[in-house]
Ligand binder design. Structure first.
Ligand code: ADP
Length: 565
């Protein structure tokens, strides 16, 4: 089929053995509205042809020292695309066997030339349209298949980059995602055809862009065949990726821009065309859905892990609490029954039983409070209320009243710095340590509270007793939940094993550390290392998570000692 005047204008490359004849053919085609590139024979012929990337090539049987069809075959190979060829047969080649899409004989008639070139361009446009559809379908098919198989986000971004580059016959591909904190697009993984170092440094700022910088929200996709001098692109990104040409389309999900999909440098230095944007947009549509799915998947995984952890903590709690609540309840019930059923019970016994009921009730209330506090701590619901405070009055408030067998010695220097801490929580820690000191030294003895300043903006608080002490093999465990010393002497004393765990959590929440040194039968010393300004210390630790771990107290030898917890 030969199409005439209705054929669209196109781009024709003329490779004629005579430059003069080539130019005269070019004039005819330009008059018919076509763009023409006249290619000179020699080493530069193929690169010129590839850069022009014409719709049709035409020329004489021989071009320079080669058959023209060989040059065209090389161009087709480099372009990985069809390039229709029209051969002009000279009088001397009248009998030659010609392999081309169309032939035209010398002397060339202007009308016939326009007609034949027009027909080839029309076919080429049709073929490109079809090829585009095939590419789109194949690309979509591949992407949906591959994206759904993706293992993790890094694999997914790598696959999107590779598939996009493949679909566009480009050498490079990269996914950038929008980081709302930094307000910039950030490269994800090494992409395709790029090194990790190259890709990792790629940033595409969203704010403060020069007016002529491309705004994907407003301007949509971007095509640039001269990336280096294109004011629309971020020059640092172009330089980092060494881009000659680029197609960039936004990854959108409804009105939301998730990121950008970039491909660069067409194989064989062929320029990108407008229709390529359509292909990349089709891939980007699929990719955006996969990226969002991946993000949701990660979120669900995280939430699931957290739920499982909550569930585990809850079950553990329920099991232990059920046990720990039952014993005092049974005691309360038993004593209440005795008082109720025996009307003749002597008044002293009655009072003794009622006191036991009161003590057990207090224990239960404490257990309930501790349990509640721990569950709030473990689910991150505790907020510390930082305030300026003095340590000395706090220590005095925490000392238990009405001790008969114990003496309490406080050794607190007058010139102690004011500290920043949560006063209620710190009082809870000191009260707990002091109550333990009393509880676990049933024979009585001295209890000493000592405070010392440490040069590096810290204070150390010690609570020492002369009681039961802790066997060396058990000191390490005691700051864990529900851990108690497993000895008859200790277990005879009522306790839940929650106090020291709460102390550790609070002290750590202040950016500090707690540990114990002890000798069985001779007593224990619990120590707290506390930053003078807990608000500052916890903020610093959040900004540099590793730095916080190094402020430990120095270790001593000798008696059993837990590592600073
Ligand atoms: P509780 O005292 O309610 O059992 P804690 O968590 O406060 O819970 O203490 C855990 C365990 O550590 C106690 O059960 C006890 O065995 C041991 N312990 C705590 N303080 C002392 C101390 N001053 N001397 C000896 N043992 C102690």
């Amino acid at each position: 089929m030969i199409l005439g005047g209705s054929a669209p204008p196109g781009h024709v490359a003329i490779l004629h053995s005579s430059m003069e004849r080539g130019e005269s053919l070019a004039r005819v085609l330009r008059t018919a509205g076509h763009q023409v590139t006249v290619v000179r024979p020699g080493a530069g012929a193929l690169p010129t042809l590839l850069t022009a990337s014409p719709d049709v090539a035409m020329g004489t049987l021989y071009f320079g020292d080669h058959l023209l069809k060989d040059t065209i075959a090389a161009a087709r190979h480099a372009l990985k695309a069809e390039l229709p060829l029209l051969i002009v047969i000279g009088r001397e080649d009248a009998d030659a066997v010609v392999s081309s899409d169309e032939v035209i004989r010398e002397p060339v008639d202007a009308g016939e030339l326009t007609l034949r070139v027009g027909s080839l361009i029309a076919r080429q446009v049709e073929r490109r349209g079809l090829q585009k559809k095939i590419d789109q379908l194949a690309g979509l098919n591949r992407t949906s298949w591959a994206f759904s198989l993706a293992g993790g986000s890094e694999t997914l971004f790598g696959q999107i980059a590779k598939l996009s580059a493949d679909a566009l016959r480009a050498e490079k591909g990269l996914v950038l995602l929008y980081d709302s904190q930094r307000r910039e697009m950030q490269a994800q993984g090494p992409g395709f055809g790029l090194s990790r170092e190259q890709a990792e440094r790629v940033r595409y700022p969203v704010d403060g862009e020069p007016r002529d910088r491309w705004n994907f929200r407003i301007n949509g996709p971007l095509l640039s065949n001269h990336a280096f001098s294109d004011p629309h692109l971020v020059p640092e990104m172009v330089a980092l990726l060494g881009l000659r040409s680029a197609l960039v389309v936004p990854l959108t999900l409804g009105p939301q821009i998730l990121g950008l999909l970039l491909v660069g440098d067409r194989v064989g230095a062929v320029p990108f065309r407008d229709e390529d944007l359509g292909v990349l947009q089709a891939v980007a549509g699929q990719a955006a859905v996969s990226v969002e799915n991946q993000r949701l998947h990660e979120q669900i995984k995280e939430a699931n892990a957290q739920l499982q952890e909550y569930d585990r903590v809850k079950s553990e709690f329920v099991a232990i609490i059920a046990h720990d609540f039952r014993s005092p309840l049974m005691a309360i019930r038993g004593f209440a029954e005795l008082v109720l059923e025996d009307a003749d019970l002597p008044i002293e016994s009655r009072q003794e039983f009622m006191q036991t009921i009161m003590d057990q009730t207090d224990d239960l209330a404490r257990l309930a409070n501790d349990t509640l506090l721990i569950s709030r701590m473990e689910t991150g619901k505790i907020q510390y209320e930082w305030q300026d405070m003095e340590l000395a009055p706090l220590i005095l408030e925490a000392v238990p009243l009405g001790l008969s067998r114990h003496s309490v010695v406080t050794d607190v220097p007058a010139a102690l710095p004011a500290i920043v801490a949560d006063a209620d929580r710190m009082k809870q820690v000191l009260t707990n340590l002091l109550n333990n000191a009393v509880k676990y030294s049933p024979e009585g003895g001295a209890i000493t509270v000592r405070v010392r300043e440490r040069g590096d903006q810290h204070v150390v608080i010690e609570v020492a007793d002369q009681g039961l002490g802790i066997p060396p093999d058990q000191v390490g465990r005691l700051f864990q939940k529900f851990e108690r010393v497993r000895s008859d002497e200790h277990l005879r004393i009522s306790g839940t094993g929650l106090g020291l765990y709460i102390c550790r959590k609070i002290v750590e929440g202040h950016g500090g550390q707690i540990w114990v040194e002890s000798e069985t039968g001779r007593g224990s010393t619990f120590s707290i290392l506390l930053p003078v300004n807990a608000r500052q210390a916890t903020q610093d630790a959040q900004e540099a998570p590793d730095a916080h771990k190094s402020n430990g107290a120095d270790k001593k030898n000798g008696a059993a000692r837990s590592a600073p917890a």
